[in-house]
Design a protein around this ligand. Structure first.
Ligand SMILES: [Zn+2]
Length: 121
């Protein structure tokens, strides 16, 4: 199937409603679709934030050295589909900025980054 024919899950919510998790994810994934270095992580829920009023959408960026970084954007929990669409370029840019700063790091830095993450205690 040609990539141009790929459509993110058709949004079911109308613009005045709060979209479901899948719709929210599809919306943001669709906005960064041109970034082939990013992997969408639908359904990945990790609540590290002390921001219970926010919903997080995760992406993964990888490097050829084997290190990957978890990227995320937060969306206010009460944002409607219309409100999210209005700020979609900004949300996409936040993900892209995080991916860019990850890819600008040297692989030495990546390895340290990875070791830091792999040492929970
Ligand atoms: Zn690397």
């Amino acid at each position: 199937m040609p990539r141009d024919d790929f459509a993110p899950n058709q949004a079911v919510a109308v613009s005045g409603e709060v979209p479901g998790d899948d719709e929210l994810h599809a919306l943001i994934a669709g906005a960064v679709l041109h970034r082939t270095d990013l992997v969408a992580m639908p359904g990945f829920k990790l609540d590290l934030s002390a921001n219970p009023g926010f919903r997080k959408v995760f992406f993964k960026a990888g490097c050829e050295c084997g290190t990957s970084a978890l990227l995320s954007v937060e969306v206010g929990g009460d944002k409607t589909l219309g409100e999210i669409e209005a700020v979609l370029p900004t949300l996409a840019q936040r993900i892209e900025t995080q991916a860019d700063s990850f890819s600008r790091m040297s692989c030495d830095a990546h390895r340290q980054f990875r070791m830091g993450r792999a040492a929970p205690r």
